[in-house]
Every structure is written in C-alpha cells, then in structure tokens.
Design a protein around this ligand. Structure first.
Ligand code: GRF
Length: 201
C-alpha cells in the first residue's frame, strides 16, 4: 500500500509542523508532501524547506478580504499536492464550512486547551483566570464549527501554583509536539478512538 500523503497548514513558527514532519519516517504509514502558509513571512516555511518538504505561501492579504478567492487559491495549491490528509498546525484562519466540508474526516487541528473547554484564543490566560487546575491540548477533526469536531486525542497537564501564561504556553506546546504526531500515526493507521496522554512526560 502506498504512503498516505499529508499536507500541513500553518501561519507561524511551525514547531508542530516540524514535530509532525520528523515523525513521518521509517515504518510510518504517512509522508509529508506540502507545507502551506497563509503568511509568506511565517517561520514555518523556511523550517519546512530545511526539512526537505516543499513549502508554499498563499498570501491571504493579497486577496483583500475576499475569503472565497483566498480559499480557491488555497484549494488549487493543495490539490496539486494531492494530500490524503490535511493537518492544521497553528493555522490562524477560520476556513469556511464549504471548504471544510470538502475535507470531512480528513482534516485535523491541534488546539491548546482541553476541548470542549476554551475554544478560540488566549486559552492559557483563560485557564489561569478561571483558576483551573488542569490544562492541555487537543487534536480533533475539523468541522464547520470552530474547535468543535470529534476529539482524536488529548494531553493533560497539571496547572502549577507558579504557572504564568508563558510557562503554561511552553508546557502545553511541548505536549502538543508529542500528542499531534501520536494522533497522526494512529489516524494514518485507521485508528480514530481518542488517545489520552497524562502528565508532562
Ligand atoms: C500552537 O499552540 C497551536 O496549538 C496553536 O498555535 C500554536 C502553533 O505553534 N493553534 P507552532 O507554529 O506549531 O509553533
């Protein structure tokens, strides 16, 4: 059977992309075929090229707020790479329901909270403000509703008394780098039940 083809979409530094790409070697059933950014200045593009993965930007700003045209351009680049699976990894655009529907069950996202808690932005701050004692990250299928698709895996950490927004961000990000590759491997193997990881290590 041929390898599953994976595209990664990002907007920023691409540390999750790097964790995913580095995981897809040896007996892994998937291989990276494209890294795509909506921001030409995203650090993840250079990082992908350094890893030997083709990296392309579709500059969202060039479409002057016309989401339909932006998504059409995105789709065109994606289709050329013929991915079987798309991983959003710090991709900061909300995709339209029509676009998402075309990838139903084949598009994953990582979110820095224990969904369904804290959809959207500023999750670390919100966890601290709510006085919560646990936090973490979630990999889920992307559906039309933001951060709400079926959960494929979560990594949980304890919130420490001295945690700040920055320390939580760093600790959660380190878990993202473990969780996302683990879930990708399972999905590539056809396993969809939720994976639960506990603790910092
Ligand atoms: C991660 O925290 C991810 O959960 C969020 O954006 C961040 C991306 O970081 N959606 P990176 O670009 O993978 O380093």
């Amino acid at each position: 059977m041929s390898d599953l083809r994976v595209a990664v979409l990002l907007s920023g530094s691409g540390s999750n992309m790097e964790a995913l790409v580095r995981s897809m070697t040896g007996d892994h059933p998937a291989r990276p075929v494209l890294v795509l950014s909506d921001r030409p200045e995203a650090g993840g593009l250079g990082r992908a090229r350094a890893l030997g993965v083709p990296a392309v930007a579709v500059d969202r700003l060039a479409f002057g707020g016309d989401r339909g045209r932006f998504e059409a351009a995105l789709a065109e680049v994606l289709e050329q790479a013929r991915p079987d699976l798309v991983c959003l990894a710090g991709f900061m655009r909300v995709l339209s329901p029509d676009f998402v529907a075309g990838w139903a069950g084949r598009m994953l996202n990582i979110h820095p909270s224990l969904l369904p808690r804290h959809r959207g932005l500023h999750t670390h701050r919100r966890v601290l403000e709510a006085g919560e004692r646990e936090h973490g990250c979630t990999v889920h299928e992307v559906t039309a509703e933001l951060d709400a698709g079926p959960i494929l895996g979560q990594a949980r950490i304890d919130v420490r008394p001295d945690d700040t927004e920055d320390s939580l961000a760093a600790r959660v990000l380190a878990r993202e780098h473990v969780l996302y590759p683990a879930v990708l491997r399972r999905v590539a193997q056809g396993v969809r039940g939720p994976l639960l990881l506990d603790g910092d290590d």
